[in-house]
Design a protein around this ligand. Structure first.
Ligand code: ADP
Ligand code: C5P
Length: 244
């Protein structure tokens, strides 16, 4: 004798004890495609909810002294460059409603800061962003919605040169050498093939306000169902699928 409510998409994820789990969104895309820009825009529009941003970059393995001496030979774009077990551990805590200390990574000396962490509190929405967040199935399986941010390769390279020279302490020659030797081949080998896992592909990154708006509307619908289910446990939600 419950009420039927039609709603698009999949059921909001539930924990084993029946409580609602945070809504996990994965945001993937090539270097400087606009992942962070898109995440910031989504977070800004979800102002009524508790939203946490987790960057895959925070889980880079720190370089040893020896690796640091030959940093130009280190591939930061290969999946092995990340401490994925630590990422899974942190995401596990967050998705089970606990706060967590996320490492802080320094792009200038290629190490995690040993004393300082960023505390991330329990949230309604967790956004996990990074070049390889769709690569490992265990990480993908945490995600309720997967977004791939697309941008033209020349545009990405131009942005990367500017960002890495201005913010990450690099010179133009080293940025270009790293791009040709590691960044582009790894994009072709690992990032681009993972695009097939995306539910939504955003062309033109942060410039695409329509796509960002649609995504925010979808998340709000899901969070609204969440609150509805909490307030009216006898209301059943009927699900249909839709596509942007
Ligand atoms: P990612 O997180 O994918 O590496 P960011 O969002 O950090 O990408 O963007 C990379 C760089 O490009 C930043 O310096 C950012 O300010 C710039 N940028 C991102 N999107 C745009 C855009 N639409 N127009 C101009 N610059 C942009
Ligand atoms: O922000 P973005 O997605 O571009 O960050 C990922 C990029 O950071 C990778 O393409 C990698 O080459 C670069 N990186 C780097 N130096 C490090 C760690 C990552 O250039 N120490």
């Amino acid at each position: 004798n419950g009420t039927l409510v039609a709603a698009p998409g999949l059921a909001f994820p539930k924990a084993e004890d029946g409580t609602r789990k945070p809504f996990v969104i994965g945001v993937c895309g090539g270097t400087a495609s606009g992942k962070t820009t898109v995440c910031d825009a989504i977070i800004q529009q979800l102002h009524d909810h508790r939203v946490a941003l987790v960057n895959q970059d925070s889980f880079y393995h720190g370089l040893t002294e020896e690796q640091s001496e030959h940093v130009q030979d280190y591939n930061f774009d290969h999946p092995d460059a990340f401490d994925t077990d630590r990422l899974l551990e942190c995401m596990g805590k967050l998705t089970s409603g606990q706060s967590v200390n996320i490492p802080i990574y320094d792009f200038k000396n290629h190490r995690r800061c040993s004393e300082n962490f960023r505390k991330v509190n329990e949230s309604d929405v967790i956004i996990l962003e990074g070049i390889l967040v769709f690569h490992d199935q265990r990480v993908r399986d945490l995600m309720y919605m997967k977004i791939f941010v697309d941008a033209d390769a020349d545009t990405r390279l131009a942005r990367r040169v500017r960002r890495d020279t201005v913010e990450r302490g690099r010179d133009v020659t080293s940025v270009l050498e790293q791009y040709v030797r590691f960044v582009k081949p790894a994009f072709d080998a690992f990032v681009l093939p993972s695009k097939k896992y995306a539910d939504v592909i955003i062309p033109r990154g942060g410039d695409n306000l329509v796509a960002i708006d649609l995504i925010v509307q979808h998340i709000n619908t899901k969070l609204g169902q969440h609150n509805l289910c909490k307030a009216y446990p006898n209301v059943f939600v009927v699900h249909t699928t839709f596509q942007i």
